[in-house]
Ligand binder design. Structure first.
Ligand code: LLP
Length: 428
């Protein structure tokens, strides 16, 4: 099978009028596990992981680290670990997960602007592959901790290239006003200062300008700036062996959008980084996981609204899938067993705030109370961003592999969350 085709394989398709995840009809999952539930396709995860790797085939031994934040489910991490992916983690919790999923510590990169002492130490003790240092201050703290505990920390300096990623403001990270990395014009001085720390093996640089990028150009601009920095650092006598180019490659959330392919991305990277003579590292999240998941939901009821379109109230809500409420994000909404009839509707969840709206005036499959539907492209930044707002508990997750499926995250009932709460004696 050709790589382009592999990445494009369809995991959620209609057979005999019913949407399946691979070979499993979605109603069977709804019946067994209840709704709402995230459903992931193993084959699609693997296809996307291979597609990304294939896109970078012109590079020598790129290091691929799956951005755990996009989908931290242990089974998902296991799948990607088996595909030879390391992990990009941003918290002690994510580090613990990556290790629990069997990802070798040396394949783990630790990013994040606010790593605590405890987290830095956890990374040192685990022997992770690389810390991406986000500030001079963090660099000194890491050096101090490493020295105190007898470690030498492999690390890279994350720079902020001041490039507009032209994506949603809340997921843009590479402008100078964003909190991430050190300013490019100070990077040389900071690198030199930190390179003097015996306990740091400062070996490279890192950049990540944002997520859901629809164009390659901002990435190319950022990488070009990083290349110039590498040359500058080498001219100053530093040894640079690694460059981490982050994640950010977007995916199409609508049926009709055109996004850069892994091959186009790889071609651009190969061109821009030619002659860098470093090991390139990547941190894709969304590109791998987004299309491998749907959020399966059931219509609670259809409610008439004045003269406008009806409200289709589904049992999923903004606490389960936050992206529409948070970023105004679009997720395709389709009936699991469409009748062919179409309608215009407002798609909303049951939560008591107006922001709990998935779509307004959406032209979609006509749906009635009790029927099943999906929000597509929900495999990344879906379950992982869930909360228990309105005391709704946490949604379940299912992984499908051909004809079989397994619950890979139990639904957490509101009562279980309440069990962690205490009323002090002095209120009794
Ligand atoms: N590396 C770093 C340092 C990051 O901050 C991120 C994402 C990634 C890699 C992975 O980026 P990706 O390849 O997935 O674009 N919750 C938002 C997305 C936030 C992304 C944060 N950082 C959303 O739902 O759109």
């Amino acid at each position: 099978m050709r790589a382009a085709k592999r990445g494009a394989m369809k995991a959620f398709t209609y057979r005999d009028g019913v949407m399946h995840a691979e070979d499993v009809p979605l109603p069977a999952i709804a019946e067994a596990v209840g709704t709402p539930v995230y459903v992931y396709s193993l084959a699609k995860l693997v296809a996307k992981a291979r597609d990304f790797r294939e896109g970078l085939s012109a590079l020598e031994k790129p290091h691929l680290a799956f951005a755990v934040k996009s989908n931290p489910n242990l089974a998902v991490l296991r799948v990607l670990g088996r595909e030879g992916y390391g992990a990009d983690v941003v918290s002690g919790g994510e580090l613990t997960r990556a290790l629990a999923a069997g990802i070798p510590p040396e394949e783990i990169v630790f990013s994040g602007v606010g790593k605590t002492h405890a987290e830095l130490l956890q990374g040192l003790e685990a022997g992770i592959g690389q810390f991406n240092i986000e500030s001079e201050e963090e660099g000194y703290e890491l050096a101090l901790l490493a020295k105190r505990h007898g470690y030498r920390a492999r690390c890279a300096l994350r720079v902020n290239p001041d490039v507009d990623a032209r994506t949603h403001a809340k997921i843009s990270t590479g402008k100078s006003k964003n909190k991430f990395g050190v300013p490019l014009d100070r990077a040389g001085a900071i690198f030199a200062a930190l390179a003097g720390e015996e306990a740091l093996e400062l070996r490279g640089v890192a950049v990540h300008i944002g997520s859901q990028l629809a164009e390659l150009e901002p990435l190319e601009t950022a990488f070009t700036k990083l290349g110039a920095l590498i040359a500058e650092l080498r001219a100053a006598g530093h040894t640079i062996t690694h460059a981490d180019l982050g994640g950010g490659l977007g995916v199409s959330y609508r049926h009709d959008e055109n996004f850069p392919t892994a091959a186009e991305y790889g071609e651009m990277v190969a061109r821009v980084t030619a002659g860098w003579d470093v090991r390139l590292m990547f941190e894709p999240g969304r590109f791998i996981a987004a299309e491998a998941g749907v959020l399966l939901t059931r219509v609670i009821r259809k409610k008439r609204s004045g003269n406008g379109p009806p409200f289709v109230v589904v049992d999923a809500a903004m606490n389960d899938l936050a992206r529409p409420a948070l970023y105004g994000a679009w997720h395709e909404f389709e009936a699991v067993a469409p009748t062919g009839e179409r309608a215009t509707a407002h798609i909303v969840g049951p939560i008591c705030e107006t922001g709990d709206t998935f779509a307004m005036d959406r032209e979609c499959d006509a749906l009635e109370a009790g029927e099943l539907a999906v929000f597509r492209t929900a495999g990344a930044y879906g379950a992982t961003m869930a909360s228990s707002y309105n005391s709704r508990g946490f949604v379940a997750e299912v992984l499908v592999d051909g004809e079989r499926f397994a619950v890979v995250a139990d639904r957490i009932a509101p009562g279980a969350i309440m069990d962690a709460e205490r009323v002090p004696d002095w209120l009794a």
